[in-house]
Design a protein around this ligand. Sequence first.
Ligand code: PMP
Length: 364
Amino acid sequence: MSSQRTALTPQSLIRSEIQALHAYHVPPSSGLIKLDAMENPYSLPEVVCAEIAALVADAAINRYPDAGAHSLKEAIRKVTQLPAGMEVLLGNGSDEIIQILAMAVAKPNAVLLSVEPSFVMYKMIAAFCGLRYVGVPLASDFSLDLPATLAAIEREQPALIFLAYPNNPTGNRFDAEAVQAILQAAPGLVVVDEAYYAFASDSFIPQLAHFDNLLVMRTYSKLGMAGLRVGFLAGSSAWLSQLEKLRLPYNVGVLPQLVAAKLLQHHDVLLAQAEWIKQERTRLMSALGAMRGVTAYPSEANFILFRVANATQVFDGLKQRGVLIKNLNGGHPALADCLRVTVGTAAENKRFIAALDDLINPLA
Ligand code: PMP
């Protein structure tokens, strides 16, 4: 059947800012030691696996999930010391929560502000939702450049600010007083993204009651549930009841709800694993620090950022030796020749260090 209309092409229909984006790239990892995505490398004790198997066997997967995810929220409240009166909003991963927040404030000309380098999804989701993105450069040691950040806030009047605490991909935790100064100066919401809270020495959850423009976001992805996709936002009901309207009713499935709630009953197991990861982080840091030609940056997360002379060559060499990490070279200029390694098990980290040593100091 012939049509009178001009040919429809994606180029003519899709918004130009979407056409300009590159899809979030997830490299194949089959057969490799996977140290690229900040996953918890440990498996669960057999008894916990058996409990999960029984739960899944009985799950009503013919039914829609509990739209309010009451049991999971209750489990989250139990393990998170939320100040009185604070509520929880659930996301299919915290990525989805970033999107909900961005959609909620996306008036014409509204600004989403973050620092750079930081988590790339802040900028991408700003584009998805038609927000103008402003990235304020971090100082050369990756700390917050407070004067520059405050000046940008004054100039841009952002509706939404994201601060990853600790930051990805740099690994450092920003100065708490600098974050408080940003909270005081911000005319809009400030979301403190605590994706790496399990490995960090501080949190803004206790501050929720002190700032009416503060929301704290967390994910369980790094604590051993990356495959479940469960994240949450904590804050006052004044904000969360508005944001709830943008949450798709069944955004967290039956199985993720059940399994995450069960795993939170075994929170001690997950925290013990996080403790092992922190111990391994210390070992990995000193091994990297002792290596000639490597500059490693301090981390309060489950990964370490480091710089070498020829990052892409080192990244490729590691892959040939069976180790997949993240190559940050060629992205943000502040990350030239930078690589990011997720802390793995002791055996994985040893393999990584041996391969890196082999590449950097082949004749030693
Ligand atoms: N925030 C930060 C700072 C992250 O590094 C990540 C994951 N890389 C996320 C949020 C998203 O995590 P998820 O969607 O798995 O909850």
